[in-house]
Write a protein that binds this ligand. Sequence first.
Ligand code: ZN
Ligand code: ZN
Ligand code: ZN
Ligand code: ZN
Ligand code: ZN
Length: 130
Amino acid sequence: MLISCNSTCDTCEGEGKVFCQTCEGNGETACSHCEGTGIDECSYCKGAGEMSCTNCAGSGKERKLDIASGEYIDQSCQKCSGSGTSECNFCSGEGSGNCEPCKGTGNVTCKECNGEEKLVCKTCDGTGKI
Ligand SMILES: [Zn+2]
Ligand SMILES: [Zn+2]
Ligand SMILES: [Zn+2]
Ligand SMILES: [Zn+2]
Ligand SMILES: [Zn+2]
């Protein structure tokens, strides 16, 4: 490379800064956690929208003392109507929620330029001249 004193840097056209390639000058990149959708699978129910019933531990049955006979009998769990599952409290049964790393926006601040959109030109060290 030819080095001539005080000529304008071609790479940054004398600005001393170049657009960040990583985010293409947006200052943000697509969130890798949710692949830019902003939606993340609910980590509590693993996306199923339901979790096993806390009352019967997923068995669908609960044990109750039968007063008349004095014996324990199995009956359908009243909380889940015997299904053994209940709606996930964390996602209201949706199975998904806002992605945490990007707060549901689908974008995160570019790590390369820290959201500054531009990087110091390496060719001229930010001086704009070479
Ligand atoms: Zn430059
Ligand atoms: Zn995300
Ligand atoms: Zn959930
Ligand atoms: Zn139950
Ligand atoms: Zn960037």
